[in-house]
Design a protein around this ligand. Structure first.
Ligand SMILES: [Zn+2]
Length: 326
């Protein structure tokens, strides 16, 4: 009996070891985190694998395609379109989806997602980009402004005709728009999102499972002025990697003017590298800002010994790569 118990314990222990080896092995197989940039200039920077360029902005400005880059298109936030034709704005019982409506507390001015001419205008722009030699298209702000929106007569009528409940109708409306956009894109197709892993569907009409079938990856922006407090970055990264059925590409803000903030940013990147995102993107002002990040990491011996000491092997590999250039 005692022997049996010991035998069982031994087998059990071996299984645990095997499981762990399997886990480590798997982790190594997929563990090849890339780095990239999100920029306002169509310029690549050495040392980064992915380049995302903002080609259509929330203020309404549009730019020509950035060749061989991922072009990021802001869909339903367009301050200029609403200034030109205020009837385009998404509406609700708490007023229009405008920044100046402080009851709604929105960061941008939102067009109603079912506005047919505006939708056609965005799709035309995406089609135009896709005729150029680009890497692909990422869609941003392609959803409803929030839970209360949009109750314009057109949306209410479309909802009635659908025979769906309100949450489902809004989600299907957004997914249908993404399907139309995807059909126009030849290369990599991705979407950003408001980083809410729990209420995305009921608030914004973002149905992660339906969208996973359309995209190559999810681009999750975790923007901040600094990462001196970083538990929430780790927390949201783990949540999104667990729930999303496609690879996750994270975006962190890197327009950092001080050494303390750059140090905190690079430590936050090291921590998230342990959760296996496909890539981490840095939002930068310009290419000099991007090179500053690399130089800071490469020449900061305290940071590099911190990576060594706590065995951030993936981040170490990235910084060693930068050291060959910077
Ligand atoms: Zn509407």
């Amino acid at each position: 009996m005692v022997n049996d118990d010991k035998g069982f314990m031994l087998v059990h222990a071996n299984q645990q070891v095997n499981k762990r080896q399997e886990y480590i092995c798997c982790a190594h197989m997929v563990f090849d985190m890339k780095t990239g940039l999100v920029t306002y200039t169509p310029e690549k920077v050495e040392g980064f694998d992915l380049h995302v360029y903002y080609s259509k902005w929330a203020d309404g400005q549009i730019f020509p395609a950035a060749k061989s880059m991922q072009n990021d298109v802001t869909c339903f936030c367009d301050a200029k379109a609403i200034r030109d034709d205020p009837s385009k704005v998404a509406v609700s019982s708490i007023g229009p989806a405008l920044r100046k409506n402080r009851t709604a507390n929105l960061p941008f001015d939102y067009v109603c997602p079912t506005h047919p001419q505006y939708q056609a205008y965005v799709l035309d722009y995406i089609e135009g980009l896709s005729k150029e030699n680009i890497q692909g298209v990422t869609l941003n702000l392609y959803h409803f402004p929030d839970q209360e929106f949009c109750t314009c007569p057109r949306c209410v009528e479309l909802w009635r005709q659908s025979n769906l409940n309100w949450v489902e109708w809004r989600a299907q409306t957004i997914t249908a728009f993404l399907k139309k956009a995807k059909a126009l894109v030849k290369g990599t197709f991705a979407v950003e999102m408001y980083p809410d892993p729990v209420l995305a569907k009921e608030r914004f009409g973002i149905d992660f499972d339906a969208i996973a079938e359309l995209v190559d990856y999810f681009h999750v922006p975790l923007s901040s002025r600094d990462y001196l407090t970083n538990y929430w970055v780790d927390l949201l990264t783990r949540d999104f990697i667990k729930i999303l059925k496609k690879p996750v590409v994270l975006e962190l803000s890197a327009e950092m003017p001080t050494d303390d903030k750059l140090d905190a940013l690079l430590k936050a990147v090291a921590y998230v590298s342990r959760h296996n995102p496909q890539a981490v993107l840095f939002l930068v002002h310009d290419s000099e800002n991007a090179r500053q990040i690399c130089r800071f990491a490469v020449h900061n011996s305290e940071y590099r010994s911190w990576l060594e000491k706590y065995r951030f092997e993936e981040m170490n590999r990235i910084v060693e790569g930068w050291a060959k250039i910077y």
